[in-house]
Design a protein around this ligand. Structure first.
Ligand code: PPS
Length: 336
């Protein structure tokens, strides 16, 4: 039976301990790690690990720079794809370095340490410190919702560029399911996963819809909104728009075509600096994976894979949440 949850204040955030929630218990039964449980950050109800609590103050007080570029998204929306596009545009299309140095070393994943089970990953550098020490202009990836970004961004004290990427909810749910299988060792069924996702409990950063809303309703003006579906349909157009937004629209037709090629799904699959295969293989080695050997982070890369997973009834529940999101944000959703 679900125990009543407790709340406390942690660095100005009201925190609800949701570890005893029955669905969270089901999630935890199907995970090798995260034994310290889960919390919700109120009043938005964003789910995080209990372990994330001790990082909240450092996240809020992080020193932002005006010339930062923050790439923000809910997980599995095409973040890595966007990161590589932005890094190449900002670095004179230096494909040689891009093919030599891992993307994770070329830019920081801001809160990575705060969402990692360090019991299984004790070699990890402190990601917040890594971001703090990067030379300008920094490109920083984060999956934090807008309300949980550093204070200096939310209060407009600093005015970095934000690039937000969105993907349709159903494909995100499927992609996140595979992510949690190969990188978190989730051993439950897809149906359980979809239920967790719909209830806003599909791992840290949920609920998806509130997360997307947090950026669309932020009224932050130095922000560019991208969608995975647009990138699939017209990558060249997105590259051109992004280069204007970044103030580096200096590339020739031929160079843009080379970048398009570099960003192709096939190239991502085959390039070790982009495909995170070492990370996937490491999770498999330490028993933190519930996937067969050789599973891939760069998995399918299509729009509409959800049709292979979701029942009509489940799909309708997603559609209902999508309808509300469209109404409040003006987003037009494509998922076929
Ligand atoms: S993460 O872990 O949150 O950073 O994941 P993220 O990078 O946001 O999303 C991973 C999904 O993006 C797909 N992907 C691509 N699609 C098209 N083209 C390219 N180049 C590309 N690179 C990555 C990746 O395959 C994941 O989607 P799924 O549906 O699982 O294939």
């Amino acid at each position: 039976m679900t125990q009543p949850s407790s709340t406390e204040i942690e660095d100005k955030h009201e925190i609800e301990d949701i570890t005893s929630n029955s669905l969270i218990q089901e999630l935890m039964c199907n995970l090798p790690g995260h034994k310290n449980g889960f919390i919700k950050v109120k009043p938005y109800d964003f789910v995080f690990l209990t372990d994330t609590k001790s990082y909240l103050k450092r996240i809020r007080e992080f020193e932002v720079r005006d010339d930062d570029i923050w790439i923000c998204s809910f997980p599995k929306c095409g973040t890595t794809w966007t990161q590589e596009m932005i890094w190449c545009l900002m670095n004179n299309l230096d494909f040689k370095t891009a093919n030599k140095v891992d993307l994770d070393e070329r830019m920081a994943f801001f809160e990575e340490t705060a969402i990692t089970d360090l019991k299984y990953c004790d070699f990890m550098d402190d990601s917040i410190e890594q971001a703090a020490n990067m030379p300008s202009p920094r490109i920083i990836k984060t999956h934090l919702p807008f309300q949980m970004l550093p204070d200096q961004i939310r209060t407009r004290d600093k005015n970095p560029k934000i690039i937000h990427v969105y993907r349709n909810s159903r494909d995100v749910c499927v992609s996140l399911y595979h992510h949690w299988k190969i990188l978190e060792g989730f051993g439950g069924s897809f149906d359980l996963w979809a239920k967790l996702f719909l209830e806003g409990l599909g791992g840290y950063y949920c609920p998806f819809w509130k997360h997307v809303e947090s950026y669309y309703l932020s009224r932050y003006d130095n922000i560019m909104f991208l969608t995975y579906e647009d990138m699939k349909r017209d990558l060249k157009g997105i590259i051109l728009d992004a280069s204007c937004f970044l103030g580096c629209d200096k590339y020739s037709e031929n160079e843009i075509a080379q970048l398009e090629q570099h960003l192709s799904f096939k190239n991502f699959q085959n390039t070790p600096t982009l495909n995170k295969q070492h990370h996937v293989d490491n999770c498999y080695k330490v028993g933190f994976s519930n996937q067969t050997e050789g599973a891939a982070f760069v998995r399918k890369g299509i729009v509409g894979d959800w049709k292979n997973y979701l029942s009509h009834e489940m799909s309708e529940k997603f559609r209902e949440e999508d309808r509300i999101l469209c109404t409040v944000t003006g987003l037009v959703i494509e998922d076929e």
